[in-house]
Design a protein around this ligand. Structure first.
Ligand code: T46
Length: 125
C-alpha cells in the first residue's frame, strides 16, 4: 500500500491514516538489526500488520503455506500488508534500517505459531 506523501523544500511527510484494512491497536519499531540476523520466522493466528521501512531497507520472505515470495522493503512511502496466517521471515536489514510495524491487536504470545509444521496444519485445516 502507498501512503499519501507531501514533499516540499523542507523534506517529506508521509501520512498513514485512511484506507487501512484494520484499526490500529499497537505499533512498534525494530532497528539495530545486524545484517546476519533474521527476525520473525513465525505466523499469527489472528494478527494483521503493516510493515513500513521508515529508513534503510530489509527483505521479507512471505509464505502462505502454498507459495512464497521475497519482497524488498526500501521505500518509506509504502507499507507491506501481512494478513493473518502468513509465515514471515525478515532478513538482510541494512545497517541503518528502522522498521515501523502497525498492528491490529494487542500483544498476545498465544497468537504466535512458531513451528512451521504446525503452521502448515493450520493452513490446510
Ligand atoms: C513480526 C515482526 C516484524 C513484546 O513484549 N511486545 C510486542 O508487541 C512485541 C512485538 C514483542 N514483544 C517481546 C516478545 C519478545 O520477548 O519482544 C521480544 C521480541 O519479539 P519477537 O521475537 O516476536 O520479535 P520479531 O522481530 O521476531 O517479530 C516481531 C513480531 O512478533 C512479528 O509479528 O512480524 O516483529
Amino acid at each position: 500500500m502507498t501512503f499519501q506523501t507531501i514533499f516540499d523544500e523542507r523534506g517529506s511527510l508521509t501520512v498513514v491514516d485512511t484506507g487501512l484494512p484494520f484499526s490500529i491497536q499497537r505499533l512498534y519499531y525494530v532497528y539495530g538489526v545486524p545484517s546476519d540476523q533474521e527476525r520473525g520466522s513465525h505466523a499469527h493466528k489472528k494478527l494483521e500488520q503493516i510493515l513500513i521501512p521508515v529508513h534503510g531497507s530489509l527483505e521479507v520472505l512471505l509464505d502462505d503455506g502454498n507459495s512464497s515470495e521475497r519482497i524488498v522493503l526500501d521505500d518509506p512511502t509504502k507499507g507491506l500488508y501481512i494478513p493473518k496466517m502468513a509465515w514471515r521471515t525478515l532478513c538482510n536489514f541494512s545497517k541503518d534500517a528502522v522498521l515501523l510495524v502497525i498492528v491490529s491487536l494487542a500483544y498476545d504470545k498465544e497468537d504466535y505459531v512458531r513451528n512451521y509444521d504446525e503452521f502448515l496444519k493450520f493452513v490446510n485445516a
